[in-house]
Design a protein. Structure first.
Length: 250
């Protein structure tokens, strides 16, 4: 995989910093979360997420703002790092993630602790369960974030959006806000360093990211739109087109 790289010792130093940041997150959750209100937890999540990006050598650029209050955030999906990139500007979001993440050492426990909802994507029955949980969270005023592609792409474009999870927002008339993610480096408008597709393992992806020189992740928040009484399939197509255009404009 060809992209601008830093030296191996510098990459190793970034990896060590990232592991220390992970340990810091564990300590925050174990020792501080119980005594914090929702706003306090969100501040910690935002600081920790920004710290993860910094430790890995990834620069964050944010355009626009997430709307306050209840909302369903939909975004394209490139990397396991997407959640940290979005949390750094939208710490109130509760993500819906594939259940496989629970098996990741340490990380699985950590993401569960910050309110992540998990889904078995191959099970239609489980999808209904998660839609119900999402609807409850949205009705309570939470912000929930999903990746409607259902899997990661190479970042060059956007895969078809699945419509099922949008029903949670439609049922309660909660606004839906698209967000666009793009990773770039000095030689590529869409950097291959961030790819997490095919047979790429988590460790390979992690090493690619810490090895990348001047890797930047751009997050663009698009205007929120109404969802009440929408046809979910038609809405999914509209949202996909908006994210595709946002990716072209970044």
């Amino acid at each position: 995989m060809s992209f601008p790289r830093v030296s191996a010792p510098r990459a190793a130093w970034r990896l060590l910093r990232a592991l220390l940041q992970l340990a810091k997150g564990l300590l925050i959750v174990r020792l501080r979360f119980a005594g914090l209100d929702a706003a306090g937890r969100q501040r910690e999540i935002q600081r920790w997420s920004a710290g993860v990006l910094s430790a890995l050598g990834v620069r964050l650029v944010v355009e626009g703002h997430p709307r306050p209050g209840a909302a369903l955030v939909v975004s394209n999906h490139v990397s396991w790092l997407d959640i940290a990139a979005l949390h750094a500007s939208c710490p109130q979001a509760r993500f819906v993630s594939k259940a496989d993440v629970l098996a990741w050492p340490v990380v699985g426990w950590l993401v569960r602790s910050v309110g992540t909802l998990f889904i078995e994507r191959a099970s239609k029955r489980d999808a209904l369960r998660v839609v119900h949980q999402m609807a409850q969270a949205l009705a309570q005023g939470d912000c929930v974030a999903v990746f409607p592609e259902g899997t990661t792409s190479d970042g060059q474009g956007v895969l078809p959006f699945h419509a099922n999870l949008l029903q949670a927002a439609i049922a309660h008339g909660v606004p839906i806000q698209p967000a666009v993610l793009r990773y770039a480096d000095p030689q590529h408008a869409v950097s291959p360093a961030a790819e997490f597709i095919g047979n790429t393992t988590l460790l390979q992806s992690l090493w690619n990211i810490v090895s990348a020189r001047d890797l930047t992740v751009r997050v663009r928040w698009l205007p929120a739109q109404a969802s009440a009484h929408a046809d979910r399939r038609a809405l999914a197509q509209v949202l996909q087109q908006q994210v595709e255009q946002g990716l072209l404009d970044l």
